[in-house]
Ligand binder design. Structure first.
Ligand code: CU1
Ligand code: CU1
Length: 277
């Protein structure tokens, strides 16, 4: 059974295994398939039309399944690897070990935001950005440069206390747990982390930056924590809602996957904070 660990607790060997598997997926073309898929969905998800990956109730199950598919690819390269999660309420500055040269590398240089250190630096020759909203071939980060702070524990707890999963109109204006966690309303949790990092992370092609997976692994963990704290709350909508994915309806691009299939993460993995069953 896969155990997802806090990135801050990974050993040097585990960090090397994770970044090594990422570089191999980049080399063999798998990585950019995921970037392209995410880009396509984010560009077509719309508040007033079909929406599945974003601004929609299925934001959480969609990304859970997207991460599961990606983690399976990582494990084809190295069966020991799992997706680490980044708790940005704790590791909340550009000086965090996450951004060191032995892991993801740090912020970009002032002139053009280009990341210059770590395994994903353009000059190292293994991480050319090919799917994106502009022509820059290098990874860009501007950590904390846009005047926003990473969300705090108190902000997260306030959202985890919201008992209703989602509500009409089921988009970026909804008042409920999903939309506050996604960050279109309130403190802006998930979206604000993308903005804090900047560069490709604040674009539709955000998975170009490997931190995407660790950010979403933590969002995924917060969903599980919300379920634990609100055991009587269910995924909504239950049925017959235009433009969004009901509990038992299939979720694009997968054929046979519904939100209901993804509600219990323990079918697939556990977190290092949970005891094994
Ligand atoms: Cu996304
Ligand atoms: Cu995201």
């Amino acid at each position: 059974m896969t155990v997802r660990k806090n990135q801050a607790k990974l050993t040097p060997e585990e960090k090397r295994a994770f970044t090594g598997a990422l570089l191999e997926l980049k080399r063999n073309g798998t990585y950019d398939r995921f970037v392209r898929a995410h880009n396509t969905f984010l560009m077509t998800d719309s508040d007033f039309g079909d929406r599945v990956g974003h601004r929609a109730p299925s934001f959480l199950p969609w990304h859970r399944r997207f991460l599961l598919d990606f983690e399976a690819e990582l494990q084809k390269v190295d069966p020991k690897v799992s997706l680490p999660y980044w708790d940005w309420t704790v590791d909340r500055t550009p000086a965090s070990s996450l951004w060191a040269a032995d892991f993801l590398g740090g912020s970009g240089r002032d002139r053009d935001g280009q990341v210059l250190d770590g395994p994903f630096a353009y000059a190292a020759g293994k991480w050319a950005v090919t799917v994106g909203v502009d022509k820059r071939p290098y990874l860009v980060r501007e950590l904390g440069a846009r005047g926003v702070q990473l969300p705090t524990k108190a902000e997260v707890n306030a959202v985890l206390a919201m008992p209703v999963y989602d509500a009409a109109p089921w988009n970026s204006s909804s008042d409920g747990f999903r939309n506050h966690l996604e960050g279109w309303r309130g403190a802006g949790l998930h979206n604000r982390v993308h903005v804090w990092i900047g560069g490709q992370m604040s674009s539709a092609a955000s998975p170009n930056d490997p931190v995407f997976w660790m950010h979403h692994a933590f969002i995924d963990m917060l969903w599980a924590e919300w379920q634990r704290r609100n055991p009587k709350s269910a995924y909504l909508p239950g049925a017959a809602t235009p433009n969004v994915v009901d509990l038992h309806r299939p979720m694009r691009p997968w054929n046979n996957v519904t939100p209901a299939d993804l509600l219990d993460h323990r079918k697939f993995y556990t977190f290092d904070t949970e005891s094994a069953r």
